[in-house]
Design a protein around this ligand. Structure first.
Ligand code: ATP
Ligand code: MG
Length: 322
C-alpha cells in the first residue's frame, strides 16, 4: 500500500523574537526554530508515526545542517534533500506587535530552496507515495516552480493525491496580483485545496465557502478543506460536506497550526482513501473523522510553543481527552 507523504517546498529557519508586543526594531534577540510549511506538514505526519519525505534544497551551511538534523530527529526522511553552496538556507525573522500583527524579514535573495530545479526531482522519490503536498512560498518565478510542476506531474501520473495549502505570504511577492496568479495557476493541478478564513476570497473570489468550494470544484479540485481557527473546520466534496468544531483550549501559540492540520488530516486520509479518483467517494462520516482528528491534533499543538516542537505523537493523542 502507498502510505508515504511527500512534500515539496521551503524548509527554513524561523527566528522567533524574545518578546512580543513590540516593533521589529525593539526585539533584542531572535531564537532559531526549524520551519517552512512543507517541512512542518512532513513533521506532523512523521510525529504521528507516518513516513514522510521532503523535497527541497538547503544551503550547505550550519542552518541547512540543523534543519536536516531536526527533521531526522522527528522521523522525516531527508534523503531527497539536496545541499548547495550556490545560496544559503532561507531565514525568516519575525516580530509580533501588540495587536497581533506579524512583521517578517526574509533572507532569500535567492535562498537554496528557490534554486531546487526540475532535474532534481527523481521518479523514485514517489515510490510508495500516496500524496504530494505543496504551498505557495516556493512557486514564484525561479527554478523551484518547475520542480513543483515536475513533482505534481509525476504524482498525477501515478494516481496519487496532490494537496495544496496556499498559505499566503504577501510580502514575499512583488505584488498581490503576482501571488494570486501563481496560486490560481496551481489550483487546477490540485486535488485537495486547504484554505483558511482569511485566504478564501483572495484565492477563490468568493466570500462564502460554499461558493468558493463550488468555484474550486469547477477547476477540478476534489476536496476542499476550510479551517477557521477556534471556530472549527470544514471539508467539502461535490457529494458531501462535513464540519467539526475546534476544541476549547487556551491557545498559547498557533504557529504551524494550519500545517499541523494538513499533516494530521492527511495521516487519517491515507487509511480511508486509496488515490485521487476515490477522493469524491469519501463518506460524510469519514470526512468527519479526519476533521475531528486534525482538530484534536491542532488543539494539542496550539497549547504548546513552536510549530514542530508542539506536534503530538499518536500515543500522546490517545492519552489526552478534552
Ligand atoms: P496558519 O497561520 O498556521 O497558516 P491557518 O490559518 O492555516 O494557520 P487555522 O484555521 O488558524 O489555520 O488553524 C488550523 C487548525 O488549528 C484549526 O482548524 C483548529 O483545529 C486549530 N486551532 C487554531 N487555533 C485554535 C484555537 N485558538 N483553539 C483551538 N484550536 C485551534
Ligand atoms: Mg495556513
Amino acid at each position: 500500500m502507498n502510505n508515504i507523504l511527500t512534500a515539496i517546498g521551503e524548509a527554513l529557519i524561523d527566528f522567533i523574537p524574545d518578546k512580543s508586543g513590540c516593533a521589529f526594531g525593539d526585539v533584542t534577540a531572535f531564537a532559531p526554530k526549524v520551519g517552512g510549511a512543507p517541512a512542518n506538514v512532513c513533521a506532523a505526519f512523521a510525529r504521528l508515526g507516518g513516513k514522510s519525505r521532503l523535497l527541497t534544497q538547503l544551503g550547505d551551511d550550519p542552518f541547512g545542517h540543523k534543519i536536516i538534523h531536526e527533521l531526522e530527529a522527528v522521523g522525516v526522511d531527508t534523503g531527497c534533500i539536496s545541499l548547495t553552496d550556490k545560496a544559503n538556507t532561507a531565514l525568516a525573522f519575525v516580530s509580533l506587535a501588540e495587536n497581533g500583527d506579524r512583521t517578517f524579514s526574509f533572507y532569500r535573495k535567492p535562498s537554496a530552496d528557490m534554486l531546487y530545479d526540475a532535474e532534481s526531482v527523481k521518479e523514485e522519490y514517489f515510490d510508495g507515495v500516496f500524496a504530494l503536498h505543496f504551498c505557495s512560498v516556493d512557486i514564484g518565478n525561479f527554478p523551484m516552480k518547475q520542480a513543483h510542476k515536475r513533482a505534481i506531474e509525476i504524482m498525477r501520473q501515478r494516481g496519487g493525491i496532490v494537496s495544496f495549502d496556499p498559505n499566503l505570504r504577501f510580502n514575499l511577492w512583488e505584488s498581490r496580483e503576482a501571488l494570486q496568479s501563481a496560486v490560481r495557476e496551481f489550483i487546477p493541478m490540485s486535488d485537495i485545496v486547504k484554505l483558511s478564513e482569511d485566504e478564501l476570497e483572495f484565492v477563490t473570489g468568493a466570500k462564502d465557502i460554499s461558493m468558493g468550494a463550488h468555484n474550486l470544484f469547477g477547476q477540478g479540485v476534489k476536496l476542499v478543506l476550510y479551517t477557521c481557527g477556534n471556530k472549527g473546520a470544514y471539508a467539502f466534496t461535490r457529494n458531501t460536506h462535513a464540519y467539526a468544531p475546534s476544541y476549547k483550549v487556551d491557545a498559547v501559540d498557533t504557529t504551524g497550526a494550519g500545517d499541523g492540520f494538513t499533516g494530521s488530516f492527511l495521516w487519517t486520509l491515507k487509511y480511508i482513501c486509496s488515490g485521487r479518483e476515490k477522493l469524491e467517494e469519501i463518506s460524510t462520516e469519514n470526512l468527519m473523522e479526519c476533521l475531528e482528528f486534525a482538530n484534536k491534533f491542532c488543539a494539542m499543538s496550539v497549547q504548546k510553543k513552536g510549530a514542530i516542537a508542539s506536534y503530538p505523537t499518536a500515543d500522546e493523542m490517545q492519552i489526552i481527552n478534552f
